[in-house]
Design a protein around this ligand. Structure first.
Ligand code: UGA
Length: 430
């Protein structure tokens, strides 16, 4: 099939690359000239395992191309995916201005029947909005259909998630369009749900909000474990064996970050409000998440009485492992709070330091975990990169001014850490 993908952010780039790898002819469009120039040369603009190889091989096989010219992409294609950013407004609402302008531009270039698909995360009703915009702005009397096909990929495993999704949700206006999508996705051989556009839009927000709820729930239980003298790792394990609950997304820690959960939970609360409903449960989910860092930094402060002139080593900056993404990363919040209290901060992350330099100019960036530990009064684990599990802890201890670890992701076994001579604090464990 001939496909156009508008927007080459996380979702757009990965979607375009994967569709081309499945044998489709794909044109990816973005207004950012520098980005398109890089992608044309086969250089990925994000860090994602497996992306570079897939990008380069499909460019070489001439199934994948990049352009800043939207009209070229639209004219060549039968299906047009809108994958532009949907940031958050100050009041929690989703900012749809990029989606709206993409719809207007598509309308101006519509010369024959096309299927226009919202793949970006957009609130219920956006399918209708896109239809209205195109209807109002189209120059020729041509027919078109609008589909909702939300994306469920995770950063860090985006290619894998795209190739083997748990489910593919397709919100369609009619059977004819449904059949085109069943054909498009049939090579993946994964479960597909055909539904109406509004339901597909809600499925995406409900899924992300439910996962965020699991995280805030386990964090609230972690606080209880800590006070009552129990172990959150065992509690989560014990709960997770129940197949109705499941073990995933029950890792207690500093809370959820990233470009999706914080924004999507706020957006769903806002959408409910728009329809006259108060989503108290999700408001509490947000509140629990927002308190995690304060609680964690408070504990560090309590240990040292004063943080002024203390050297703190940070391990992990990305909002989660296997990505260089710092959006809503807990590291930023923790570091800003430590700096405000007068601490000196050194940090190391395997891939996110380049982006971090721009956001955190007062931090000293180190070339390894051992470097970050050098002279530190405390070491703080913020992102659970696998390489931190494999550290030579004897060497870490020798580098530090004071062998204290605050583990924000429960990476290590507390008993073992203590045996090695560390003063070790984690989340929800005695
Ligand atoms: C999330 C969803 O998992 C994807 O299905 C969805 O497609 C994506 O949002 C999106 O809407 O685009 P992502 O934000 O990449 O994906 O990352 P997750 O792996 O879901 O992690 C989100 C946050 O939750 C991270 O900060 C992570 O550290 C935190 N988390 C996750 C926990 O604190 N505990 C857990 O048990 C799991």
């Amino acid at each position: 099939m001939n496909i156009c993908v508008i927007g080459t952010g996380y979702v757009g780039l990965v979607t375009g690359v994967v569709f081309s790898d499945l044998g489709n002819e794909v044109v990816c469009v973005d207004s950012d000239k520098a980005k398109i120039a890089k992608l044309k040369r086969g250089i990925p603009t994000i860090y994602e395992p497996g992306l570079k190889e897939m990008l380069q091989s499909n460019i070489e096989d001439q199934r994948l191309s990049f352009t800043t010219n939207l009209s070229e992409g639209v004219n060549k294609s039968e299906i047009i995916f809108i994958c532009v950013g949907t940031p958050q407004k100050n009041n929690g609402e989703t900012n749809l201005s990029f989606v709206e302008s993409a719809a207007r531009e598509i309308a101006g270039n519509l010369r024959e029947y096309k299927i226009i698909v919202n793949k970006s995360t957009v609130p219920v009703g956006t399918g209708d909005l896109v239809r209205e915009i195109i209807e109002k702005n189209k120059k020729y009397q041509v027919d078109f259909d609008v589909v909702s096909n939300p994306e469920f990929l995770r950063e860090g495993s985006a290619i894998k998630d795209c190739l083997t999704p748990d489910r593919i949700v397709i919100g369609v206006p009619n059977k004819k369009v449904a059949n085109r999508f069943l054909e498009l996705y049939s090579p993946l051989e994964r479960p597909m749900l055909i539904t109406d556009v509004n339901s597909a839009e809600i499925i995406k927000y409900a899924s992300n909000s439910f996962l965020a709820t699991k995280i805030s729930f386990i964090n609230a239980i972690a606080d209880l474990c800590e006070t009552a003298g129990a172990n959150i790792t065992d509690v989560a394990k014990g709960m997770g064996y129940d197949s109705r609950i499941g073990r995933e997304f029950l890792n207690a820690g500093l809370g959820y970050g990233g470009s999706c959960f914080p924004k999507d939970v706020h957006s769903l609360v806002h959408t409910a409000k728009k329809f006259g409903l108060k989503f108290n449960l999700l408001e509490n989910v947000i509140q629990i998440n927002d308190q995690r860092v304060d609680f964690f930094v408070g504990r560090i402060e309590k240990r040292f009485k004063k943080l002024k002139d203390k050297t703190i080593g940070i391990l992990g900056l990305a909002f989660k492992p296997d990505t260089d993404d710092l959006r809503e990363a807990k590291s930023i919040e923790v570091i800003q709070k430590l700096l405000a209290k007068g601490a000196r901060v050194k940090a190391y992350d395997p891939v996110a330091m380049e982006s971090a330099r721009k956001i955190l100019p007062k931090v000293e960036f180190c070339k390894s975990s051992y470097d970050a530990a050098k002279g530190a009064h405390a070491l703080i684990i913020i992102t659970e990169w696998r390489e931190f599990k494999l550290l030579n802890l004897e060497r870490i201890k020798n580098e530090m001014a004071c062998p204290v670890i605050f583990d924000g992701r429960n990476m290590y076994d507390p008993e073992r850490k203590r045996r090695l001579g560390f003063e070790y604090y984690s989340i929800g464990r005695k």
